[in-house]
Design a protein. Structure first.
Length: 398
């Protein structure tokens, strides 16, 4: 599962929101999302390039704009998740507000768009209880700064609405990021608890399975040791009983291990939903296995088929949607249960079947089933497995 999560991060970088960028690709993706907002810098840059100001003013304006952008990027790159030290946040945000006011007052209405970045930073970094009054305050400050020039009514109204809405929108995005992080942590906790519960169940089963047998073996060994000098025939009987009990314990252990290793559809359906969701693929997967199932071997074959199909979808398809269905069919060979896994990705695994599909086909044929692969109904790839239901004839179902 850890490998699947790593692959899904590469395939779907949007799912890395709320985490520091890991690697060049994630850094470029996050930079691209943040860089979209830099469009509001076009007006100040054009104002500097137009030559309306003295050379000294142009240099100071360029320097101030560069410092402004650095403060903005520092806030949205470093402090959109968990903030451990608020000193850097307050300093950067205060400098951002001061630069926006000074530059807009010094260079005119072309620089009012800087307040949009102040609002974005407030929504992306500050807690909601502060954002509720900081974003409107930034909007009012922008309007007051703009009122010093005549004929800016429409510009101030438009920028005021943008500044207000963008600030609250970024606050909503930040809350979504926080919720995503909490959900990811909750999933990890649930997985850990499930693993602990499985360990406890295994410990209980082993205790119930071997506790009585080992206690009996110990008791009979002590009896045989005491009887051996004076009653060798009775000691031999105790040793025979020990052998019988140990053989039965060995049989019980083998049956238990076989049960642990057996794949079930219910378990694989839960694993399929988790793997597809973690990979950013919309999963249309039944919550429960069908009421009527094949025997243990048939169910295990379907479970292996589901695992192999979902693994291929996650690793190779590049799909956005995957559908898993079960259908009971009546054929000339008897009643069958069909498992279908279909995605909307780039297509099949290639011209030749891989080792996974080849081994899966052999496993399915061993229980009298059939494996079919090919293009989906609309596009993508479809894997279908048909296995005889319990009591159905074993042959070549069609």
């Amino acid at each position: 599962m850890k490998e699947t999560a790593a692959e899904c991060n590469e395939l779907h970088p949007v799912y890395t929101f709320g985490r520091p960028p890991r690697g060049r690709r994630q850094f470029l993706t996050k930079a691209g999302w943040i860089g979209v907002w830099l469009v509001f810098l076009s007006s100040p840059i054009q104002d500097l390039a137009a030559g309306r100001h003295t050379p000294l003013a142009t240099v100071l304006g360029s320097l101030g704009l560069a410092v402004f952008v650095v403060c903005y990027l520092t806030l949205v790159f470093r402090y959109t998740t968990r903030i451990l030290q608020w000193g850097g946040v307050i300093t950067s945000f205060g400098l951002l507000v001061a630069l926006a006011v000074v530059l807009a007052l010094s260079f005119g209405d072309h620089w009012l768009g800087l307040f949009v970045y102040v609002s974005v930073s407030a929504g992306a970094v500050l807690p909601m209880r502060y954002t509720l009054w900081v974003v409107p305050a930034v909007t009012v400050l922008m309007v007051l700064v703009g009122l010093r020039d005549d004929g800016l009514g429409d510009l101030i109204t438009n920028l005021g609405v943008i500044t207000l809405l963008v600030g609250f929108a970024m606050s909503g995005v930040r809350q979504l990021i926080r919720t995503t992080i909490q959900l990811r942590q909750a999933r990890a906790t649930v997985a850990q608890l499930a693993a602990n519960e499985e360990r406890l169940r295994l410990a209980r089963d082993l205790h119930d399975l071997l506790g009585h047998s080992l206690s009996l073996i110990t008791l009979k060994s002590e009896l045989a040791g005491r009887m051996l000098p004076d009653h060798p025939d009775k000691a031999a009987q105790q040793v025979a009983d020990i052998e019988q009990v140990s053989r039965q314990a060995l049989v019980d252990v083998r049956e238990a291990v076989s049960g642990y290793r057996r794949r079930t559809l219910a378990g694989e359906l839960a694993g399929a939903r988790t793997a597809l969701t973690a990979a950013g693929i919309e999963a249309d997967v039944p919550l429960e296995a069908p009421a009527e199932l094949p025997g243990e071997e048939g169910e295990a074959a379907l479970a292996w088929a589901l695992r192999e199909a979902v693994t291929n979808v996650v690793r190779h398809s590049g799909a956005y949607h995957c559908t898993v269905t079960f259908t009971a069919r009546q054929t000339l060979a008897g009643r069958l249960l069909e498992l279908s896994v279909e995605d909307d990705g780039a297509g099949g695994p290639g011209a030749a079947a891989g080792n996974g599909l080849t081994g899966l086909a052999e496993r399915v044929e061993a229980v009298g089933g059939v494996l079919e692969t090919g293009p989906g109904a609309r596009r993508g790839f479809r894997l279908a497995v048909r296995v005889p239901l319990a009591g159905a004839a074993v042959g070549s179902p069609s």
